[in-house]
Design a binder for this molecule. Structure first.
Ligand SMILES: [Ca+2]
Ligand SMILES: [Ca+2]
Length: 145
């Protein structure tokens, strides 16, 4: 499992928690943000696992590119078809969705027709994706000044 997107997403989340007066410090995870970063990272590694269980299409495309280390993964995007095909998992994580297609359109923040890992993380945080008892936002608020 590739951890890089999870790390990047947790980093982006944690670095802005403390509203630092030092503009340059805003680009870094500072001392007071480190624990929030770790908590966010844990959640996002779980989101990454969830994302990859939904992102099952696109394997052939990647094989054609002979990108061997990604052979067992999808194309890094969730399509509507994949999302609808994974309803049983999603229902178990967030509860039964009334209108899965509308939910998908909401997840797809840039309206590009597919859901990226970052869009998925935003959605999962909003929806309190129930993979674990952790709520990274609530945890992170502890560190807000
Ligand atoms: Ca896909
Ligand atoms: Ca999108």
């Amino acid at each position: 499992m590739a951890a890089r997107p999870a790390i990047a997403s947790a980093f982006a989340f944690a670095k802005d928690i403390k509203k630092s007066k030092n503009v340059r410090a805003r680009d870094f995870v500072e001392a007071g943000e480190y624990r929030a970063f770790l908590v966010a990272l844990k959640a996002r590694l779980e989101y990454s696992h969830a994302f990859q269980s939904i992102d099952v299409d696109g394997k052939r495309h990647i094989r054609n590119n002979q990108n061997r280390h990604q052979n067992d993964q999808g194309d890094g995007r969730i399509s509507l078809k994949e999302f609808l095909g994974a309803q049983h998992m999603i229902d178990a994580w967030v509860g039964k969705l009334e209108d899965p297609e509308a939910e998908f359109r909401q997840m797809d923040a840039d309206s590009g027709g597919t859901v990226s890992f970052y869009e998925f993380c935003d959605w999962a945080t909003r929806r309190h994706l129930g993979l674990d008892s952790y709520d990274s936002k609530a945890e992170a608020q502890e560190f807000e000044i």
